[in-house]
Design a protein around this ligand. Structure first.
Ligand code: PGA
Length: 249
């Protein structure tokens, strides 16, 4: 049984006022107790969000982490610091980090390891570019991104990872993968995970991300291998994000 997870990645957006708004709305909302919901605000808002979300089902997540435990890394934040603010989930390998900040597979791996070592849950993001899809390399790209990380984890660590499939061409573009396109890739990832461990493959959560919104969430989330969503733009409006959470079947 996989507990659905809906995670809102605010990216470099939001405000203290938005944190308060989410705390208020989710404190009053009627939501299924058999799902998990997380908001990943920019790190300066973590302390306020920890307080504002206290009486809500919202968990906290972070958008990135530095793999080092501490030291002279100006501007960076460590996993133990995130943990002190009640963070549960940490993204690793988001396509914006891969492309804008040149985080390669090795950089993604050390971040996943740092998050796991702190006892937190990494959300490993994978996904192909439009060129890779057009060249028929979708599965090869995505599975190789999974492999570089999973090969270096032990069996116990693998069980604690969440994977988010986010086709790069669908992120922030308004162009969503069809439910069939997404399901095909999710099924391929799950089939690949069986090579490591059948039990882990059946319990590991696979999220879809890329222009998921209230209009298309139910159909995507109804796919057998889609266990939740990683939502960018639509997580910035409380009504839209609530509607997505409510469309978990
Ligand atoms: P989007 O972003 O929902 O705005 O496409 C998703 C993501 O980048 O995680």
């Amino acid at each position: 049984m996989r507990v659905p997870l809906i995670a809102g990645n605010w990216k470099m957006n939001g405000s203290l006022a938005l944190v308060e708004q989410f705390g208020q709305a989710f404190g009053e909302a009627n939501l299924s107790s058999s799902m998990e919901i997380a908001i990943l605000p920019p790190s300066p808002y973590l302390a306020a969000a920890q307080t504002a979300f206290e009486k809500t089902p919202l968990r906290l997540g972070a958008q990135t982490v530095n793999p080092e435990p501490s030291g002279a890394y100006t501007g960076e934040v460590s996993a133990s610091m995130l943990s002190e603010f009640g963070v549960h989930y940490v993204l690793a390998g988001h396509s914006e980090r891969r492309s804008l900040y040149h985080e390669d597979d090795k950089a993604v791996l050390v971040r996943v390891q740092a998050v796991l070592n702190e006892g937190l849950t990494p959300i490993l993001c994978v996904g192909e570019t439009l060129a890779e899809r057009d060249e028929g390399r979708t599965e090869a790209t995505v599975l190789s991104q999974v492999k570089t990380v999973f090969d270096m984890l032990n069996a116990q660590q693998r069980q604690h990872v969440v994977i988010a499939y986010e086709p790069v061409w669908a992120i922030g573009t308004g162009r969503t993968a069809t439910p069939e396109q997404a399901q095909t890739v999710h099924a391929a990832i799950r089939a690949y995970l069986v090579e490591y461990d059948k039990q882990m493959a059946s319990t590991l959560r696979l999220l879809y991300g890329g222009s998921m919104k209230r209009e298309n969430a139910a159909e995507l989330l109804a796919q057998p291998d889609i266990d939740g969503g990683l939502i960018g733009g639509a997580s910035l409006k409380v009504d839209d994000f609530l509607a997505i959470c409510q469309s978990v079947g």
